[in-house]
Design a protein around this ligand. Structure first.
Ligand SMILES: [Zn+2]
Length: 271
């Protein structure tokens, strides 16, 4: 079984073009071709014609038993209404997590303005995914997206589970420490390349991930994700296939950890 816990249905070619149904069709086709059983779609911190809102994404995927939504939230524009809107989606199971975008927006995860977000995550027992590491735009501010900042929020909210996205690349050492130290922190391996891996970069990243597991990050804390369509599903599957790790760990990373964290043994989208 393969679960891709980090995909998008944003139109990265042209944000002004409404394309949610075409993107979902494309996602389903790539999932079939790569034998991906379940995908989690992360919505953005901003809504444009090419970046569908959480509500639009939930409605467009409601009939699909293999696609679930992780609700992107904006720090700058967060309103109590945004969180209220999510409650029925969380209750019915169409939304399985929350996502924050430090770096793309200027804030640290521990900011008290986000306490209601963490309270909601705790109440529905869904993880909070945190963009970490490089921003794909020079206008991002990477001091906010360093994975070290997930430590403080994880300590202050011990009942909330956090996911450091992209293994915090390039600050993978910091991610290792924060995941190792905090029982409630996980990491996903998505978005390490734009498109396909080149041989040299692939072996460099493979070494780093193997090192992370040697360092003491338990394989049950690592999640498979691609960041599709930014990274290709094909090259990611090959990448994980070639990791020198026990088969039991590979199964955990590819699916079992995500099943537990996002409660995917229950695929219902109904109260
Ligand atoms: Zn992403």
């Amino acid at each position: 079984m393969i679960i891709d816990c980090h995909t998008h249905i944003n139109n990265y070619h042209d944000e002004n073009v409404e394309s949610v149904h075409a993107c979902i069709e494309d996602l389903q086709q790539h999932m079939r071709r790569n034998r991906v059983d379940i995908a989690l779609v992360l919505t953005s911190y901003k809504v444009t014609p090419g970046r569908p809102s959480t509500r639009t994404s939930v409605e467009a995927t409601r009939s699909l038993p293999n696609v679930f939504i992780v609700a992107g939230l904006s720090y700058l524009h967060l309103t109590p209404g945004d969180l209220e809107e999510l409650e029925p989606f969380l209750r019915e199971g169409s939304v399985r997590g929350l996502k924050l975008y430090p770096g793309y927006e200027p804030f640290y995860p521990v900011d008290p303005k986000l306490d209601p977000v963490y309270a909601l995550a705790e109440r529905f027992d869904v993880p909070v995914m945190i963009h970490s590491g490089d921003t794909y735009t020079p206008t991002g501010k990477v001091k906010y997206s360093q994975p070290i900042h997930v430590d403080e929020v994880a300590v202050d909210h011990p009942k909330v589970k956090f996911v450091i996205c992209h293994v915090g690349n390039p600050w993978i050492r910091d991610t290792m420490e924060v995941v190792y130290k905090n029982e409630n922190v996980y990491t996903d391996i998505s978005g390490l390349v734009l498109g396909d891996f080149t041989d040299r970069f692939e072996s460099f990243m493979r070494r780093q991930l193997q090192e992370m597991l040697v360092y003491g990050v338990h394989p049950s804390k690592v999640l498979y994700g691609t960041d599709w369509p930014i990274s290709s599903m094909e090259s990611y599957l090959q990448f994980i296939d070639e990791l020198a790790i026990p088969q039991t760990d590979r199964r955990k990373i590819l699916a079992e950890n995500a099943v537990k964290l996002f409660k995917l043994d229950d695929r219902r989208k109904a109260p």
